[in-house]
Design a protein around this ligand. Structure first.
Ligand code: GLN
Ligand code: ZN
Length: 753
């Protein structure tokens, strides 16, 4: 008798109707008190557990529920509160917890950054020479609660010390091993309290093991867990990894824990190779990450079934636990409310709850491969295949698009300069202007059908006209129309391109209470009619100065969508690129010959493992070039990038071959300047001269010194003056004031040249 089990690694927090988000925001706005807040949160927490129980999951994760973020939970559980929040001792209060996440009057918030290569952001722990201490055993509370209220013996999920410390800041690299050691006693205490309470299996997440860690680091890791296991021999730990294959499989499986969890979707090849090569210890269980926890498509369960069977040559079924590849935090909750999708598309989707159904089906078929269960598997497979066979999907080639401009940059730029005759250090902005309440309200009404197309368009036009006038008055050299018609830089294009669908309720948590609803790329991407021509031409008709066309690039559209999973990302990017090229050419034909193609998410798609960087960057650059190369030499292609670690991708940035790039700079000025010291950049470039993230209006001196520093490493003929990023989140008054200072600073810098 086979007895393969099923497990979940984490469940979405936000709830079917984002009730979690709403409760959080009501609490922050003080419309509900702490008691109501806790009561409601408890209700959601238990509801999520009950749902998983009803789905027949054998190991239900507990402690994954959070009021904000699980990394922040871990830091506050260990009393690691930065001094500026004036926490003294004992459990961290709710107000301090949220202050760390969001800042308060007295102290700025902790930094927030991306969780591996996902679009989820975690709060960066700050170590500050503080010894960790278990001020509150959060997973234990959750464990006891689940047991008492629902009679569920949950599987506590905790973030492991190695990953936690790797993700933290505020210590020197050399101190890593020592500080890590200081976590042994607290993890020992945490785990033994869980064991005493009756926890049978504890999931300790160590996703950092999939990063490029050194042998020495792996040694430190192994020793750490040896010590913990020696201290708490009566608790069964499963070391859980995800998002990629592990870097040191052979060492990992020698650690005397109960189990190891691996990703057999994103790290399939390497992980399975390692198992075949080194075997898998008989006394351990293997967490088989087999249902994609990061994408929204149904699994090919026949394939999954084969993988499990293949694995059973090395790991007997009784030692396999079937599970999603990662926490389901990264996918929407359930499909139930998606009544607007084409049935063929809908039938091919699996959100969080449907993934748990898949897991159960896979488990049951594996344990009992009778006729009827195989029949279920087949039926599942059919709807999966229906979409793939539909004519939306039959692959379309994107062959033959040029990826090279016909002249080199130097020559082009000269022609472009002659054409526009702009002053040195030309001034411009990144695209969007403040989206005031009125703009949003009008869009909302228009979408609901309460505002006619004409009225809505007139509304947008009047905003454009207003801002063209403002930009002229400010004496900005290259103008933009302001993006008032766009609600989001990907959704706007997705709605106009073929091959995209939009869910009603497909929200996922991005950070804190903020959720995003990524478009779904279900078919071939193509373009029927221009997307941005009307607004851009209207803006241009109002001024003699050049107006930049404004598009979102192929890689960013791809990285911020749920992508079809039957073709490589690379090809999906090429399809988008082809559609965008059409748009670029429509603009060009209509006389808009400065065109910005934004790629703020280029860095984001960078694979976790260095050895995969080049492959990604090559196709990403190629996709950008496909969308921008087949234009006249006098057409000036701009691009824009938000903050990223430029050293890692600077060669790729050069390869984009854009005539002008604008880059967010203020959050890391010194670092970027030094990147350009060692790396000659010889195309047009605007290093943002002021931070757009705060309402503060910087002084002329500040901007001037930024310009001067930039000019110490970049030639003046190539330098542009612009803010860091789009201005849509700012107020009008501060925007005008800041731009006024910016133009002044540019002019005085010009006079110095
Ligand atoms: N053009 C976009 C804007 O100005 C760019 C946004 C971004 O970089 N994220 O809003
Ligand atoms: Zn930006």
């Amino acid at each position: 008798m086979k007895t393969v089990k099923s497990s979940n690694l984490g469940y979405p927090r936000i709830g079917e109707n984002r009730e979690w988000k709403k409760t959080l925001e009501s609490f922050w706005a003080s419309t509900i008190n702490e008691e109501t807040f806790s009561t409601r949160m408890k209700k959601y927490r238990l509801h999520h557990l009950q749902k998983q129980k009803n789905k027949g999951i054998d190991y239900i994760p507990i402690g994954d529920f959070s009021y904000y973020d699980h990394v922040l939970d871990t830091a506050s559980m260990f009393g690691l509160v930065p001094k500026r929040f004036a926490h003294t001792s004992g459990p961290v209060s709710l107000s301090t917890y949220f202050a760390m996440a969001r800042g308060n009057q007295a102290a700025h918030a902790c930094e927030m950054t991306k969780w591996f290569d996902t679009n989820y952001h975690y709060i960066v722990p700050e170590i500050e020479n503080k010894e960790p201490e278990l001020v509150e055993n959060k997973p234990l509370h959750a464990f006891l609660e689940a047991k008492k209220e629902l009679n569920i013996i949950g599987k506590p999920v905790i973030l492991g010390p190695f990953t936690f410390l790797k993700l933290a800041k505020g210590y020197k690299k050399e101190e890593f091993a020592n500080i890590l050691n200081s976590f042994v006693p607290v993890y020992t205490q945490l785990l033994s309290e869980l064991a005493d309470a009756g926890a049978k299996l504890v999931q300790v997440d160590e996703p950092y093991l999939v990063m490029d860690i050194t042998k020495e680091e792996m040694e430190i890791f192994s020793n750490l867990y040896r010590e913990i296991v020696t201290n708490v021999p009566n608790v069964n730990i499963i070391l859980q990894t995800y998002f990629e294959s592990v870097s040191h499989y052979e060492q990992l499986v020698q650690i005397p824990v109960k189990g190891i969890g691996l990703d057999f979707v994103y790290g399939y090849k390497e992980n399975i190779d390692a198992i075949e090569r080194f075997g898998f210890p008989e006394d351990k269980v293997l967490g088989v990450g087999i249902i994609d926890g990061r994408n929204i498509w149904r699994s090919n369960l026949l394939e999954s079934h084969q993988i499990i069977n293949k694995l059973s040559n090395h790991v007997p079924f009784k030692n396999q636990i079937l599970q999603p590849t990662s926490s389901l935090l990264h996918v929407p909750v359930c499909l139930e409310q998606e009544t607007g999708l084409d049935p063929i598309v809908k039938d091919a989707l699996a959100f969080g709850d449907e993934k748990l159904d898949e897991l159960r089906l896979l488990r049951d078929v594996t344990n009992d491969p009778t006729q009827s269960s195989l029949e279920l598997l087949n039926r599942h497979q059919q709807s999966f295949e229906k979409l793939n066979e539909s004519n939306w999907r039959v692959r379309k080639e994107t062959a033959g698009l040029p990826t090279k401009r016909t002249k080199e940059f130097q020559e082009r730029y000269q022609l472009q300069n002659q054409k526009w005759n702009l002053p040195l250090l030309p001034t411009t902005t990144i695209g969007s202007f403040p989206q005031t309440k009125e703009v949003r309200k009008a869009r909302f009404k228009w979408r609901k059908g309460e505002l006619s197309n004409d009225t809505y368009e007139a509304n947008i036009k009047s905003m454009i006209a207003r801002w063209i006038r403002i930009q002229e008055e400010l004496d900005i050299d290259v103008l933009v129309h302001g993006e008032f018609e766009r609600n989001d830089m990907v959704e706007f294009f997705g709605e106009k391109l073929n091959g995209f669908a939009f869910s009603k309720n497909g929200w996922v948590q991005s950070y804190g209470s903020r959720c995003v609803k990524p478009p779904i790329i279900f078919g071939n991407v193509s373009l029927d009619k221009p997307m941005t021509l009307n607004e851009t031409l209207y803006a241009q008709s109002l001024t003699d100065r050049p107006v930049k066309g404004m598009l979102t690039g192929p890689v960013t559209i791809l990285n911020w969508s749920f992508v079809r999973n039957d073709i490589p990302h690379q090809e999906a990017a090429y399809q988008i690129a082809e559609a965008l090229l059409k748009e670029v050419q429509s603009l060009e034909h209509a006389g808009i010959t400065m065109i910005q193609v934004d790629e703020p998410a280029l860095r984001e798609g960078l694979p976790l493992k260095k050895e995969k960087h080049n492959t990604y960057l090559n196709w990403a650059v190629e996709a950008f070039r496909m969308s921008t190369s087949d234009v006249a030499e006098t057409t000036q292609i701009h691009t824009h990038m938000c903050y990223s670690d430029f050293n890692e991708i600077i060669e790729a940035i050069k390869e984009l071959d854009a005539d002008v790039i604008s880059i967010e700079t203020s959050r890391s000025h010194a670092e970027i300047i030094s990147a350009f010291e060692t790396n000659i950049y010889d195309k047009g470039i605007g290093l943002g001269v002021y931070d757009i993230h705060s309402p503060r209006v910087p002084s002329e001196e500040e901007m001037t010194s930024t310009i001067e520093r930039a000019l110490s490493v970049l030639p003046a003929e190539l330098f542009w003056v612009n803010p860091d990023c789009g201005l849509k989140t700012r107020g009008e008054k501060e925007t005008v004031a800041a731009l006024e200072v910016m133009v002044k600073a540019a002019k005085s810098a010009r006079n110095q040249l």
